[in-house]
Design a binder for this molecule. Structure first.
Ligand SMILES: Cc1cc2nc3c(=O)[nH]c(=O)nc-3n(C[C@H](O)[C@H](O)[C@H](O)COP(=O)(O)OP(=O)(O)OC[C@H]3O[C@@H](n4cnc5c(N)ncnc54)[C@H](O)[C@@H]3O)c2cc1C
Length: 388
């Protein structure tokens, strides 16, 4: 064996960290390269929820929601210090797109899909309790539900997964930029840079976990033309330095678009996200004045007393999952180029990082099986067997 590593993971967001952890646990010599900070990319620019995505429930594959809710249960067990259960409050107004009975059906299905968990079921809260909802506008308010989900500190979680990967033998390089990879007969010769220092190493397989930057990464490997075209979605968030409430709300914008999440965040309030398709350099994504105004308008509509101005506005960027035809795999988030020993990840969720990483590593092991002796003879080690 002449190469330095079996696997090089490019990108230290939650997905890359999970892949490095699962790979190291399963005996692959692994290096992970992150250019800025663990979890500092779009993992950081998310709603930080560990959830089955109630808002997308009706348009998503039911199996996907079920998988996410099972992952929520596993993560609450293996990382209780980092994943916290929480109530989410869902007000329904007379002029909302959703009506109380269909919301109730949706919440019931969501709780049933979660299976047996320690989290309490949804509840419709009484009108007497509405006054405890921190100034929520009660004009045309028809019903308020609360349901269970979970949230996390996404950067701490990513750092802990990287720490676990390192404990199991992975080499974690940060801040180190992945410059390029040149195909060799046995895998890749990779060049990385830290400041003015350049280093090269060889690896058998590359997992591109750079999320919104994955096309740029693939370009640096000369693979872009072999990869599927994906759409990117930009989401805008605003932050207030004042705390609106210690509760989390899902609120519908006056234009009946997708609901926004209002959460307490580091002593202030985080509100997001409104989504738009995006093309261009991911490093240059930023919110428009109009997007920020729409978010502020929605907050004021529901909480008229909260007339503060946002202290910050920023965007998260995610890719859509592949179409079935593009992916050619059972999971539309994974794309493997077997002959190039390359795996790309599209549309990964923070919640399902663990199971997605395991699926990715199983695929990598299958490709490497030709050269890594006994890789598949050893039973796969699931990361849910270790606490984070
Ligand atoms: C607006 C929004 C809200 C979301 N909210 C939720 C939520 O509440 N719950 C949930 O489960 N999921 C949520 N998601 C999905 C999920 O959070 C993100 O898609 C996921 O965290 C992305 O993780 P990642 O590791 O794929 O990407 P990233 O976290 O973006 O990681 C990619 C990393 O690659 C690095 N990188 C790029 N180029 C290079 C290079 N050349 N060399 C080295 N490193 C490089 C970047 O610095 C970055 O850290 C949300 C997504 C969006 C867009």
């Amino acid at each position: 064996m002449s190469t330095d590593f079996d696997l090089c993971v490019v990108g230290g967001g939650i997905i890359g960290a999970g892949i490095a952890q699962a790979a190291a646990l399963n005996g692959l010599s692994t290096v992970i390269v992150e250019r800025k900070g663990w979890g500092s990319g779009n993992t950081h620019r998310s709603n930080r929820l560990v959830h089955g995505n109630l808002e997308r429930f009706s348009e998503r594959n039911i199996l996907q929601t079920r998988e996410d809710l099972l992952e929520r249960k596993i993560l609450l067990t293996i990382a209780p210090d980092l994943i916290k259960p929480s109530w989410f409050y869902l007000p329904i107004f007379a002029d909302n797109k959703r009506v109380p009975w269909s919301t109730e059906m949706q919440l019931m299905a969501y709780d049933i899909l979660a299976g047996k968990t320690k989290l309490p079921w949804y509840k419709r809260i009484s009108e007497d309790e509405w006054r405890d909802l921190d100034g929520l506008n009660q004009f045309k308010l028809e019903a308020v539900y609360k349901f269970s989900d979970a949230h996390t500190d996404e950067m701490l979680l990513t750092q802990e997964i990287v720490r676990s990967a390192k404990m199991h033998g992975a080499l974690a390089l940060c801040p180190v930029n992945f410059d390029e990879a040149i195909k060799t007969s046995d895998g890749y010769k990779v060049q990385v840079t830290k400041g003015s220092r350049t280093r090269t190493f060889e690896c058998r397989f590359i997992a591109n976990a750079t999320g919104a930057w994955s096309s740029l990464t693939a370009e640096r490997m000369g693979l872009l033309s072999k990869l599927p075209n994906v759409q990117y979605v930009k989401s805008t968030f605003i932050e207030f330095s004042q705390q609106l409430s210690d509760k989390r709300f899902l609120i519908e914008p006056p234009d009946k678009a997708e609901r926004l999440i209002v959460s307490p965040w580091r002593g202030g309030t985080l509100v997001g996200a409104s989504e738009k398709l995006f093309s261009g350099n991911p490093d240059h994504v930023k919110p428009t004045v109009d997007e920020v105004e729409q978010l502020v308008k929605t907050v004021r509509h529901h909480f008229p007393h909260f007339n503060h101005s946002p202290s910050q506005a920023w965007c998260g960027l995610g890719s859509k999952t592949l179409t079935r035809k593009q992916s050619k795999a059972s999971d539309r988030r994974l794309f493997v180029l077997e002959e190039s020993r390359y795996l790309g990840i599209y549309g990964g969720q923070l919640t399902s990082y663990r199971i997605l990483a395991e699926k990715a590593v199983k695929k990598i092991l299958r490709v490497l099986n030709e050269t890594v002796e006994d890789a598949l003879d050893t039973p796969f080690v699931s990361s849910s067997s270790i606490s984070i």
